[in-house]
Design a protein around this ligand. Structure first.
Ligand code: FNR
Length: 342
C-alpha cells in the first residue's frame, strides 16, 4: 500500500515539476553543419542494435510505473501501445512491489500483453537479490533487465534506504545469474566514468548514463517531505557530461537519458555514441495532458523530426551518425576538460 501511494505521488509530483524548453546540457553539443549531406529522407533507417537485441527506434520509453490500480494500468497500456506502434523499446517501472505481492503483477504483465513482440526491459533496484531479478524478467518475458541506481533519491526519501554498501557485489551476482543482458541505469544524477569503469569490471552488458536536466528525484521526494532538504536539488552530473563520461569508460552499449524532449538532443546523443535515448517524464506529461491519441502523435512527430535532422546531418542510419563531426562547448567542455576526457 505504501509503495502504491508513493508511486502515485511520484507521478503527480513529476507532472508538477515537468518543464519543457528549459536549457539543457545537450545544447553544449553542436553538430557541424554539412552543406552537402549525402542522404535521402525516405532512406533513413532508425534500426537500433544493442546487446544482441534489435529494435526500430533510437528512442526508448524509460521506466516509470507499475503495481497500483487503474491509473497505472492506463499509463502502462498507453505507453506499450505507443511503443508498439513506433517500434520503441520500453522499460517497465520497478517490479519489486509485484515480486512482494502477486496481485500487483497485472499492470506490468499488460505491457507484454499489449506488445507481444516488442523489446521490453524489466526493472529492479540494485538491492534486489539475483532471484528477485530473475523473477522480474520472467514476469514480463523481458528481453533485458534494467537495474536502477538511485542512492540520492533513497536518501531524500523519508522511508528510503540508508545502506548502500555491498551494492557492487550484489550487482555482480545479478549479472552472473541473469538470463538476459543487464542494463545498469541512473535515475537522473548521472553515471561518472569511475562508476562506468566499475560496472565494466563486473561484466555489466549495457549502461544508461541518466544525467541531470529532466526529472529530478531530489525535488520530487522533497515535495513529499514535511521538512524538505534541498542539498541534492542541484546535485549530479549533467546528461551530456554523464553520457560522454560513460562512453569514455564503458566499451559496451551506452544509453542516454535525463531530460530528453527534443529530437535534436536525441540526434546529438546518438552522434556522440549513444545507442538510444530514453524519455520518461516527457512521455508521461504528454499522456496525462493530451491522452493516448496525443501521445501517439507526439511520438510520430518526434520520429519524423529525427529523420529530418539525420537527413540534414547526412546520416541515413544510426551507426553512421557517429561520423558526423561534433563540437562541445560551454560548461560541458569545461567539465570534460577538468575530468581529463578528450
Ligand atoms: C521514474 N523513473 C524510474 N526509474 C526506474 O528505474 N524505476 C522506476 O520505477 C522509476 N519510476 C519513475 C516514476 C516516474 C513518475 C518518473 C517520471 C520516472 C526514472 C526514469 O526512468 C528516468 O530514469 C528519469 O525520469 C530521467 O528521465 P526523464 O524523466 O528526465 O526523461
Amino acid at each position: 500500500m505504501m509503495r502504491a501511494k508513493r508511486k502515485a505521488e511520484h507521478i503527480r509530483h513529476a507532472m508538477e515539476l515537468h518543464q519543457e524548453g528549459k536549457k539543457h546540457s545537450m545544447d553544449d553539443l553542436v553538430l557541424v553543419h554539412n552543406s552537402l549531406p549525402e542522404a535521402k529522407l525516405s532512406r533513413i533507417d532508425l534500426t537500433v542494435e544493442a546487446g544482441g537485441l534489435k529494435w526500430g527506434s533510437p528512442v526508448f520509453i524509460n521506466a516509470m510505473t507499475g503495481g497500483g490500480g487503474e491509473q497505472t494500468e492506463f499509463i502502462n497500456r498507453s505507453l506499450a501501445m505507443t511503443a508498439k506502434e513506433h517500434k520503441m523499446a520500453m522499460a517497465v517501472g520497478s517490479q519489486m512491489s509485484a515480486i512482494k505481492d502477486a496481485s500487483q503483477r497485472k499492470t506490468y504483465e499488460i505491457v507484454r500483453k499489449t506488445n507481444p513482440d516488442g523489446v521490453i526491459f524489466a526493472n529492479i533496484g540494485s538491492e534486489a537479490s539475483p532471484k528477485e531479478a530473475g523473477e522480474a524478467v520472467e514476469m514480463i518475458g523481458a528481453d533485458a533487465l534494467q537495474v536502477h541506481l538511485n542512492a540520492v533519491q533513497e536518501l531524500v526519501m523519508p522511508e528510503g534506504d540508508r545502506d548502500f554498501s555491498q551494492r557492487l557485489d550484489n550487482l555482480s551476482a545479478i549479472v552472473s545469474s541473469s538470463k538476459v543482458p543487464v542494463i545498469v541505469k541512473e535515475v537522473g544524477f548521472g553515471i561518472s566514468m569511475e562508476t562506468a569503469a566499475e560496472l565494466k569490471r563486473i561484466g555489466v552488458h549495457m549502461i544508461d548514463a541518466g544525467g541531470t536536466g529532466g526529472t529530478n528525484f531530489s525535488k520530487i521526494e522533497n515535495l513529499r517531505r514535511k521538512h524538505p532538504i534541498s542539498d541534492f536539488d542541484s546535485w549530479g552530473i549533467t546528461a551530456a557530461a554523464a553520457l560522454i563520461e560513460s562512453l569514455s569508460a564503458f566499451p559496451g552499449p551506452v544509453f542516454a537519458s535525463g531530460g530528453y524532449t527534443s529530437p535534436l538532443h536525441i540526434v546529438k546523443a546518438l552522434a556522440a555514441g549513444a545507442v538510444s535515448a530514453g524519455m520518461a517524464g516527457a512521455f508521461l506529461h504528454v499522456l496525462m495532458t493530451e491522452g493516448e491519441k496525443g501521445l501517439m502523435s507526439y511520438a510520430e512527430d518526434l520520429h519524423n523530426r529525427i529523420k529530418v535532422i539525420m537527413t540534414a546531418a547526412g546520416a541515413e542510419s544510426i551507426p553512421s551518425l557517429s561520423h558526423v563531426p561534433l563540437v562541445i562547448k560551454g560548461d560541458t567542455f569545461h567539465w570534460l576538460e577538468q575530468r581529463g576526457i578528450e
